[in-house]
Design a protein around this ligand. Structure first.
Ligand SMILES: [Zn+2]
Length: 46
């Protein structure tokens, strides 16, 4: 699991609360808070 503010690297991540997908396009980009539900935890998608 990843938290908002971490830089988990390029990939797609899914909000643990509402399952919104967030795309991270470069390794220096931080995970934002979920724009839909303001949750701060994500799971990496495979
Ligand atoms: Zn969410």
């Amino acid at each position: 699991m990843y938290a908002a503010g971490e830089k988990p690297g390029e990939g797609s991540y899914v909000c643990t609360m509402c399952h919104l997908e967030i795309i991270i396009e470069n390794d220096g980009e931080e995970l934002p808070r979920c724009p839909d539900c303001r949750a701060t935890f994500y799971n990496e998608t495979v």
